[in-house]
Design a protein. Sequence first.
Length: 319
Amino acid sequence: MLIGVGNAAAQNADAEALFSEAEQLEAAGKIPEACDAFEGSNRIEPRAGTLIRLGQCRETQGRLVSAWSAYKDALTRAKDPAKRQVAEQRVAALGPRLSYLTVLVPDESRIDGLIILRNGKELDAALWNRAAPVDGGVYTIGGRAPGHEEWTTTVEVGAEADKASIEVPRFKELRKLVDPVPDLKGPTTGGEIDRPTPSSITPRRKIALGAAGVGVVALAGGLVFGMSAKGLQDDAFALCPDPEIACADSAAAQDKLEQGQSKALLANIAYGVGAAAVIGAGVLWFTGAPRSEPARVGRATVRPIVRPGYSGVDVLVRF
């Protein structure tokens, strides 16, 4: 139920428009939107009447501390005795109903550069270890400090007359990177080094694995073609055992021989491609080693070879 405060309309045009919109939203039962509009009007032009209406709206929302704060602000601005009386009554009525949250920061948890956050906003050090009035709800309490792990937790505060607290622990210290100090009289000594181990599968080695896969497939294809060529050749000799003696199936035998030669050509090409891919994969693997591993630099040269009765590739690798 609204408490009459007389003419609370703001004088600034923008503030007055927001104030009127807030009243319409409130009448329509859209309380969160109405409260936001009252708050926007007050930001543009702070007035006691607007603050009282904002406090009433926050009370309807159940946000008692926000309402109490609005009434307190209204007291500092109210010149009208009626408005001042309303604000005083509501401040007194809400005081015993407020909830409080205490963020405890023990001495052993206080480290250089410590920052405590409440719902993502920095909590002033003056509020550490002090019960601060807050609206009911779930709060995220976190903290950070140079050279230490970040910390976060949540705490739930009741909507009315609750007293909650959360204690900040001492943050874990991050491990420091210390470069080794060379000792001219003996082996290298120094502090503990916490460095990530580089992955042995570098981008170049990934390419090498792909090339190796292609090589295996090509070699397998060459084997298939070679076996097929051998089978066709055997079939041709079975039809005509002696090529110098004419036979009734000479045409069929010749056809099988030609097919066998074509298969043999494909087998040679597949073997050449497979061998080149496998050797290239080996070169990429060795040259693609991470910096922590010794890498041998190699160079491969691949030349196609075509001559009567043979087709393939010539691979030359230099390290």
